[in-house]
Design a protein around this ligand. Sequence first.
Ligand SMILES: Nc1ncnc2c1ncn2[C@@H]1O[C@H](COP(=O)(O)OP(=O)(O)OP(=O)(O)O)[C@@H](O)[C@H]1O
Length: 353
Amino acid sequence: MTDTNTILEALRPVQDPELQKSLVELNMIRNISLENGDLSFTLVLTTPACPLKEMIVDDCKKAVQDLPGVETVEIEVSSETPQQKSVPDRESVPGVKNIIAVSSGKGGVGKSSVAVNLAVSLAQSGAKVGLLDADIYGPNAPSMLGLAEAKVRVQESPKGEVLEPAFNHGVKLVSMGFLIDTDQPVVWRGPMLNGIIRQFLYQVNWGELDYMVVDLPPGTGDAQLTLAQAVPMSGAVIVTTPQDVSLMDARRGLKMFEQLGVTVLGMVENMSYFIPPDLPDRRYDLFGSGGGEKAAKELNVPLLGCIPLEISLREGGDCGIPIVVSHPNSASASALSAIAQQVAAKASVAALT
Ligand SMILES: Nc1ncnc2c1ncn2[C@@H]1O[C@H](COP(=O)(O)OP(=O)(O)OP(=O)(O)O)[C@@H](O)[C@H]1O
C-alpha cells in the first residue's frame, strides 16, 4: 500500500540541481495527501524565481506517477526564500532576507537599468522586493520606476522616525534622489553618503523583503565600503560592457568586493550586441562576440547573462516602465529575467551551503 513514507522514499532521489541535495532532505516536500488515487503535495522552492522550477516539478512527477494506487499527481509550488548568512560585526536589516548589490566599474554602462529590471523581474516572480538607490551621481531609479515625482514620507514609529518607501511595479523604493538636491555639485553630496546609506538601511519601513537590491554608484568608493561594512550581503553583481576599458574597471571592482568579504555572484555584460527595432531577428555584434564570456573566465566569475542594446530598453527607462514590464518578450527583457533567476538561485545556494 502506498503511504506517505513510500511517497517520500520515491521522491528521495530527486535532487535540487543547484544545491545537489535531495528535495526530501531539504524539507522541500510538504503536505502529502493521497486520496482515491489523487496524490497531491507541495513543493517548497528556495526562491520564487527558481530557474529550474519546471524541471524539478517534472522530476517529482516522474518519480511518483507509477506508484501503486496513484492515478493523478498534483504538485502545488510555493517558496520560502532562505535568510542570507549572518556576518560578525555586521547588522542585518530586520525582515530583509537577502541584500544584493549592483555595481559597475564605471558610469553609464547600464547599472541602474540592470538594478531596476532585476528588482522588477524578481517581484514579477512573486518575491517581495525593495530597491535602495544609493547612486549619488545619477540617482535615476525613481524615474526608471515611474516614481520621479515621489517623495519619501516620514512616519513616527516606536523605533523613532522612519521613512516610508515609494512603491511601483511591485518594488519598494528609496532613493538618494528623494533626499539630495541633484542640482547640487557631487562634492557636496559625497559626505552625506555614509549617513544616508545607513538611514536607508535601518530607518526605512521596508517590511518583509525576500530581496533588497542596492544600486551603488559606479567605481570603488565610499558607498561600496559603507554598505559592505554595515550589512551582511548575499553578494554583488557587476555590470560591464564589452569594451576593454570597462572590463579593467570591473576587475578592480571584483578585487574590492573580495577584500571586503562580499561574494561576487557574477558579471552581467550589457550592450553586448545591437538589435535594430525594425529587424528584431537581426543581431549586430558591434564589439565582436564572446568578450563577456572570455572576461568572466579570466576573472573567474560566472557570466550571468548578456543584454543586447535595444531602443525599447532605453525608452522603458525614460518613461518609467521597465522593459521587463513593457516588452517582456523582447530579447533584453528575456535576458534580464534569466539573470534575475540566476541571481536568486545563487543567493539561495549561498544562504544554504
Ligand atoms: N541594453 C541597453 N539598451 C539600450 N539602452 C540602454 C541599455 N542599457 C542602458 N541603456 C541606456 O543607457 C543610459 C545609461 O544607463 P543607466 O542609467 O542604466 O547606466 P548607469 O551605469 O546606471 O549610469 P550612471 O553611472 O549614470 O548611474 C540610459 O539612458 C539607459 O536607458
